[in-house]
Ligand binder design. Structure first.
Ligand SMILES: Cc1cc2nc3c(=O)[nH]c(=O)nc-3n(C[C@H](O)[C@H](O)[C@H](O)COP(=O)(O)O)c2cc1C
Ligand code: SF4
Length: 661
């Protein structure tokens, strides 16, 4: 059999190094340092992806200067103490033939005072796009301080054993701020003409070469955001790349999407199309002669990646979230096992969703991300004593518990009351643009099949049947149910929404499960602030209903905010005619309308609706757990059956239990 994805798995020379193939793990802030040092969490995280076959890993950025500190988990800037700790990680990854690069970033005006406790330094003192702060226009001596900071960071990287470094100029970071006439309004030797605007990056690159030597690989990360008039255009970026290329200043350039001016395209969620970066990579590739060009942004799959290389859009690709979700993506693709790749669902919930809250990153579908040092990655140690395990419920918690415990050598039977696996996660997968969730459920089905888990669909069980099945341990992954009482957090003492028993009231689960008879005018009470409400509103609007989404929050999609997708989500909803009512609660349902309570003024008004749909908190389906109490059976409740939460909690608990049984 020929090589799977033959274009992707061709070696390539980048500067002084030869990459074993062209599928890389690009830069991202994993935010995992302890006391500013890369410790065991980092070691486990990166070495698992090196083991999994990534050709080049760009380790998360180090700030080159005190004014560049951006996150709580950033590495220490300006301190050689990082060197031995990085060496441990690099040695471990080099074992697998992975080329190791350190990203160096300084976001200039868009810093975070709450973490750096320093004024943001920028070329011309423009405001931050991160918060309400302004920035300080640097003097020439301060520019020299920054240039030296970059040089010293590269020297440290070289001493730690890194093969090279990557400068982040993307998303309107400091280097791009010097490049762009929008943010560089200087009139000294660092601003004005095109050449002068290039002077800062040229000085930084010269200093890095001086300290790290000619064989140190140097990359440059840039981005393109054609939706914005205030960032550099594709033509500008072509000219800049060609200028640096002609002077031999770096070895590769990597092209992402979005900018701090529109953050939502930097890490595009499922709302955006696949392969967002490659067209821009192709444009840059046409402009340069020597440097290698890497495409990034929503490339997701080896099929996409192979296409990007085969069609000549880029020399290499980076897949970040795909390899957070499955650290062994590269090897699986290379070995013809692409169907075994656990597919990232582009949800951003536990990667960017945790980074944006300044926690270390993980993954909704792969909870071992960031826990490799404790859980051993997605590789399993056989159980000391194989057991017969019964998993009750085929939602995400049950699927993961069944998979992980079978991988460890247990014999597992999974019983599911309905005719399908996936539980409520499947309903989420039926919302617009969320079919990647269905792909994930199909992956579970495939994996359980390969592992020979006995899956019994249409098989509700009661306590006596469970006892009769005689398992050594029972996993109760029974999920949750709509509470159907219309309880709203904004009205904590009102236990039942007045009128909730009147006609035309449904839960989002009824709507997505096609069990609701919806009228034309639908009021969706969104007490969740996440995709349960927003995605269901979108689905109903696409079916032609006129939907009004009401939330107690000041914005629609409060919990989606952390994933960097709330703005495009609201755009989509408004685009299909969904109306929003914020800072409000439902005072009463009348069967043909609702009393709406304005939380800001305390005033009420009546509005006509045909249907009320509730996206309110669910209740655990824990009746089996209660009936089995005191039965002597070893029972473990996980996921929503224990307490209704996000799917991330369900999969996490499924894995954790699977590792413990
Ligand atoms: C949690 C997270 C943090 C990121 N931090 C950085 C960063 O520090 N520097 C950078 O250049 N890109 C960063 N990125 C962007 C990625 O390099 C990449 O461009 C983006 O995730 C889109 O690629 P993907 O679809 O393959 O994930 C980050 C991405 C994620 C998910
Ligand atoms: S949290 Fe979601 S987007 Fe991020 S890597 Fe995991 S599946 Fe992909």
């Amino acid at each position: 059999m020929g090589q799977a994805f033959p274009h992707l798995f061709e070696p390539i020379k980048v500067g002084s190094r030869t990459l074993k193939h062209r599928l890389n793990f690009g830069a991202h802030t994993a935010n995992m340092s302890e006391g500013g040092l890369p410790m065991d969490r980092h070691l486990g995280y990166y070495s698992e992806r090196a083991r999994g076959g990534a050709a080049m890993i760009v380790v998360e950025p180090v700030p080159p200067h005190r004014t560049g500190v951006l996150t709580r988990g950033n590495f220490r800037h300006g301190d050689d103490a990082v060197i031995p700790h990085f060496r441990r990680i690099i040695d471990a990854c080099h074992e697998f033939g992975t080329v190791m690069i350190q990203q160096i970033y300084h976001v200039g005006a868009h810093g975070d005072w709450d973490n750096s406790f320093e004024a943001n330094w920028s070329p011309s003192g423009l405001p931050s796009m991160h918060d309400s702060d302004g920035s300080h226009a640097v003097s020439e001596s301060q520019i020299e301080e920054l240039v030296e900071g970059f040089g010293q960071a590269a020297r440290r990287a070289k001493e730690a054993g890194f093969d090279g470094c990557e400068l982040m100029a993307a998303y309107n970071a400091l280097i791009e701020q010097f490049w762009s006439p929008f943010s560089n309004r200087r009139e000294d030797r660092f601003g004005g003409s095109f050449e002068k605007r290039m002077a800062f990056s040229a000085a930084v690159l010269d200093r890095i070469r001086k300290y790290a030597g000619p064989d140190f690989v140097i990359g440059m990360a840039i981005s393109v955001d054609p939706s914005r008039p205030d960032v550099l255009s594709v033509a500008d970026q072509q000219e800049i790349a060609a200028w640096h290329d002609a002077r031999g200043l770096y070895d590769y350039v990597t092209i992402g999407t979005g900018s701090y001016f529109d953050h939502t395209r930097i890490i595009p969620a499922f709302l955006y199309e696949d392969k967002m970066g490659p067209p821009f990579a192709e444009a840059i590739r046409q402009a340069v002669k020597t440097v290698k060009v890497q495409a990034e942004s929503h490339i997701r799959t080896p099929e996409n990646a192979d296409y990007v290389i085969a069609s000549g859009q880029a020399d290499m690709v980076s897949i970040v979230r795909g390899q957070i979700a499955d650290p062994h993506l590269a090897n699986k693709a290379r070995e013809g096992r692409a169907t075994d790749i656990r597919p990232c669902i582009s949800c951003n919930q536990m990667c960017w969703g945790r980074r944006s809250r300044d926690y270390w990153i993980s993954c909704l579908i792969n909870p071992s991300a960031g826990r490799e040092f404790q859980w051993g990655g997605d590789r399993f140690t056989p159980a000391a004593k194989p057991k017969r395990i019964l998993v009750v419920g085929g939602g995400p918690a049950g699927l993961e518990a069944a998979r992980a415990s079978t991988e460890r050598g247990h014999r597992v039977t999974l019983v599911e009351a309905s005719d399908k696996l996936g539980g409520q996660f499947r309903l989420a997968g039926l919302q617009p643009r969320r079919a990647q969730i269905l792909d994930l459920i199909a992956w579970y089905e495939g994996q359980l099949g390969k592992l020979q888990v006995e899956v019994r669909l249409n098989n509700p069980v009661d306590a006596d049947e469970i006892k009769a099945l005689g398992a050594d341990a029972v996993v109760l992954a029974t999920g949750s149910q709509p509470a159907r009482n219309g309880y709203q957090r904004a009205l904590p003492t009102v236990e039942r929404l007045p009128g909730v028993e009147r006609p035309n009231v449904f839960a989002v689960e009824d709507v997505m499960g096609r069990a609701a008879r919806l009228g034309q005018r639908v009021l969706l009470l969104d007490d969740s602030g996440n995709w349960r409400g927003a995605g269901t509103a979108w689905a109903m609007a696409e079916q032609g209903h006129h939907v009004t989404l009401l939330t107690p929050d000041s914005m629609v999609g409060r919990e989606i905010l952390r994933t960097g997708s709330e703005f495009p989500m609201r755009k989509r909803l408004r685009g299909v005619g969904v109306d929003f009512i914020t800072d409000a609660a439902v005072g009463e349902w009348h069967g043909d309308g609702a009393t709406i309570l304005d939380l800001l003024t305390g005033k009420s008004k009546w509005l006509a609706f045909d249907t009320l749909v509730l996206a309110t908190a669910n209740v655990s389906e824990d009746s089996l757990a209660r009936s089995l109490e005191g039965s002597g059976l070893e029972c473990h409740a996980i996921g929503d059956g224990l307490s209704p939460r996000h799917a991330a909690a369900a999969i996490y608990e499924g894995r954790k239990l699977g590792l413990a049984l």
